[in-house]
Design a protein around this ligand. Structure first.
Ligand code: GDP
Length: 208
């Protein structure tokens, strides 16, 4: 049985006015272009082809919202760090991400970082973005493509990321190829999007 049986694509927003109503709970997914973000979203939501696995890094400049059912959403942010278009990237990215952080429903950031490369300055910027949102905002890192590492390299990558994060975020190994960490990531998503009290989201009675 799927953890998120009601998943569907909601909207692609080129600007904040196109964001869906700010109700319920949403989790942002972000990472450098080509880090494996679309593959991760598809694997976690168990929906093959939901978030398009693009072969052209940096092509997607839209913020995609996916409905998990019961007023819970995933926000798929455009991949960053694509060197060919830094100015375009900056101009479209800043207002979108600025507006996103203002949303009451935003509960957390899942940041995807290539396990072979570790946390880079652009990733740090996003961690800072999430931290500035203040208490109640959670941060979780997926160290992607961990299938490319040996067991000892993988433990080293995990150790280094943990030490760099200094307790401000949780972190795990992740691979869609050998299915490392998919259940762990699903648990995080499920927990973060739970209702805070029984009166929240009354309209979803009966949802999973
Ligand atoms: P995005 O640009 O961050 O959305 O990344 P994609 O999901 O489109 O993946 C980028 C490339 O990495 C594709 O060629 C994928 O097949 C590959 N990829 C994604 N996840 C994994 C993984 O877990 N292991 C390996 N080895 N490759 C992966």
């Amino acid at each position: 049985m799927s953890l998120f049986p009601h998943v569907q694509f909601l909207v692609s927003a080129a600007q904040p006015t196109q964001f869906p109503a700010d109700r319920g709970a949403e989790i942002a997914f972000a990472g450098r272009s080509n880090v494996g973000k679309s593959s991760a979203i598809n694997a976690i939501l168990q929906r093959h082809g939901l978030a398009r696995v693009s072969r052209t890094p940096g092509r997607t400049r839209l913020v995609n919202f996916f409905d998990l059912g019961g007023e819970r959403r995933i926000v798929d942010l455009p991949g960053y760090g694509y060197a060919a278009a830094p100015e375009v990237e900056r101009r479209t990215w800043a207002p979108l991400i600025g507006a996103l952080r203002e949303r009451a429903s935003l509960r957390g950031l899942v940041l995807i970082v290539d396990s072979r490369r570790g946390i880079r300055p652009e990733d740090d910027n996003l961690i800072e973005w999430a931290r500035e949102r203040g208490t109640g905002m959670r941060i979780h890192l997926l160290l992607s493509k961990s299938d490319k590492l040996t067991r000892s390299e993988a433990s080293k990558a995990l150790r280094e990321a943990k030490s760099q994060l200094e307790g401000t975020a949780t972190v795990q190994l992740f691979s869609t190829l050998d299915k490392t960490g998919i259940e762990e990531a699903q648990r995080v998503l499920k927990e973060w999007t739970q209702r805070k009290n029984p009166d929240d989201l009354v309209e979803i009675a009966g949802a999973d």
